[in-house]
Design a protein around this ligand. Structure first.
Ligand code: NAD
Ligand code: UFG
Length: 335
C-alpha cells in the first residue's frame, strides 16, 4: 500500500514515515519544509534501510499537489502538515487559517479528484478546551480558545461534512494529547525553531545547558502540586496508533474519532523530577506567572482506541524522558 504523508519531514510525520516503512508500506512525503529539514527524511531512510519519495511542495500549491497524485497511485493519506504554535496563531491568525484550513481543503480536493478516499488526520486535545472534568472521552463538548485550536475544530467539521456528501470517504480523526520522546536510535526527534514553546524540548535544552532555567508557568492551579497536568505520550506509541487507524479505515467505518493518549497525567514538577533522574543532575527552574490560555489539567480516556483499534500506549515516563534526552544530547543543535 502506498501512503501519502503530508508534513512527513516534521516531528511526528518523520516518526510515522519510519514506522510505515518498517511495516512494509510505500511512503510518499509532501512537505514545504517550513518547520522541518529534509535531513529527517534522510535519517528515516538510513534507519530503515528503505527508500521513500519526497516532494518538497506546499499543500497550497494545487498544481504541485495534482502532480504528486498523478505520479503516485496513492492508497491513503496521513495528514500531519500544519502550523502548530498556539501563541503564534494568536498573532498570525490569517496565516494559520490559510495554511491549515486551505491546505486541508486543497488536499481533500486532490483526493476526491484522484479517487483516494482514506484519510488519517492529526487533530489535538486542544479541541476540548478547558474540560469540565477528566479523563476526557471523545464525546466531550468541543471548544477552541485560540486560532490554532479553531483550525483543528474547523477541519474536523469539514471532514465530517465531506463524508456526509460522499460516504466513500473514510476518515480517522486522531486527537493527540502531548507527544514527547523520540525514536530510540536518537537519530530523529523534535527540532523546534528558536526558543521552544513546549515543556519537554525546553527541559531538554535546559538539561543540555542551552537554556539557563525552566520557567514553570504557575504553581497555583487546582492540581496536586499546583502545576499543570498533561497526558504525555511517546511519539512512537502515537504513530503506531496511526497505523492501527489505517487498518480501521480498510473496514469502511466512515468518520471515526479517537483520543491518542496514555490516560495518565503528570504535573510539570513531576516531569522536571523524571528528567532530573534520567539526566543525572537537577533541572534548574523557577516558578513564574501562569501562561495565558493554559488549562490546569488535561488527560485522555483512551478506552475507545483500545476497544476499536486494539491500540494502547505502552511506553512509560522514564522511557519517554530517556528517548527525548538521547535525541537532544546526540543532536544539541537539531538536524
Ligand atoms: P511539525 O511542525 O514538526 O510538522 C508539521 C510539518 O508540516 C512540518 O514539517 C512543516 O514543514 C509541514 N507543513 C506545514 N504547513 C505545510 C504546508 N502548507 N504544505 C506542506 N507542508 C507543510 O509538527 P508536528 O509536531 O509533527 O505536528 C504534526 C501535526 O500534529 C500538526 O498538524 C499538529 O498540529 C498536530 N499536533 C501536534 C501536537 C504536538 O504537540 N506536536 C499535538 C497535537 C496535534
Ligand atoms: N510549561 C511550563 N513551562 C514551559 C512550557 C510549558 O511550565 O516552558 C507547562 C505548561 O504551562 C503546561 C505544561 O507545561 O502546564 C505543558 O505545556 P506544553 O506547552 O508542552 O503543552 P500544552 O499542553 O500547553 O499544549 C500542547 C501543544 C498544543 C496541543 C496540546 C494538546 O502545544 O498544540 O498540547 O495536544 F493542542
Amino acid at each position: 500500500m502506498k501512503i501519502l504523508v503530508t508534513g512527513g519531514a516534521g516531528y511526528i510525520g518523520s516518526h510515522a514515515c519510519l514506522e510505515l516503512l518498517e511495516a512494509g508500506y510505500e511512503v510518499i512525503v509532501i512537505d514545504n519544509l517550513s518547520n522541518s529539514k529534509e535531513e529527517s527524511l534522510t535519517r528515516v531512510q538510513e534507519l530503515t534501510d528503505k527508500e521513500l519519495k519526497f516532494y518538497k511542495a506546499d499543500l497550497l500549491d494545487r498544481e504541485a499537489l495534482d502532480k504528486v497524485f498523478k505520479e503516485q497511485a496513492i492508497d491513503a493519506v496521513m495528514h500531519f502538515a500544519g502550523l502548530k504554535a498556539v501563541g503564534e496563531s494568536v498573532s498570525m491568525p490569517l496565516g494559520y487559517y490559510h495554511n491549515n484550513i486551505t491546505g486541508t481543503l486543497m488536499l481533500c480536493e486532490a483526493m476526491k479528484k484522484h479517487g483516494v478516499r482514506d484519510l488519517v488526520f492529526s487533530s489535538s486535545a486542544t479541541v476540548y478546551g478547558d474540560p469540565d472534568r477528566v479523563p476526557i472521552t471523545e464525546d466531550f463538548p468541543l471548544r477552541a480558545t485560540n486560532p490554532y485550536g479553531q483550525t483543528k475544530l474547523m477541519i474536523e467539521q469539514i471532514l465530517q461534512d465531506l463524508h456526509v456528501a460522499d460516504d466513500s470517504f473514510n476518515i480517522a480523526i486522531l486527537r493527540y494529547f502531548n507527544p514527547i520522546g523520540a525514536h530510540k536510535s536518537g537519530r530523529i526527534g523534535e527540532d523546534p525553531n528558536g526558543i521552544p514553546n513546549n515543556l519537554v524540548p525546553y527541559i531538554t535544552q535546559v538539561a543540555s545547558g542551552k537554556m539557563r532555567e525552566l520557567r514553570v508557568f504557575g504553581d497555583d492551579y487546582p492540581t496536586p502540586d499546583g502545576t499543570g497536568v498533561r497526558d504525555y505520550i511517546h511519539v512512537v506509541d502515537l504513530v503506531l496508533g496511526h497505523l492501527k487507524a489505517l487498518d480501521k479505515l480498510q473496514t469502511n467505518p466512515g468518520v471515526v474519532i479517537y483520543n491518542l493518549g496514555t490516560g495518565q497525567g503528570y504535573s510539570v514538577l513531576e516531569m522536571v523530577d523524571a528528567f532530573s533522574k534520567v539526566v543525572g543532575k537537577p533541572i534548574p527552574y523557577k516558578v513564574t506567572d501562569r501562561r495565558q490560555g493554559d488549562i490546569p489539567t488535561c488527560f485522555a480516556d483512551p478506552t475507545k482506541a483500545k476497544k476499536e483499534l486494539s491500540w494502547t500506549a505502552t511506553m512509560g515516563l522514564t522511557q519517554m524522558c530517556e528517548d527525548s534526552w538521547r535525541w537532544q544530547s546526540n543532536n544539541p543543535d537539531g538536524y
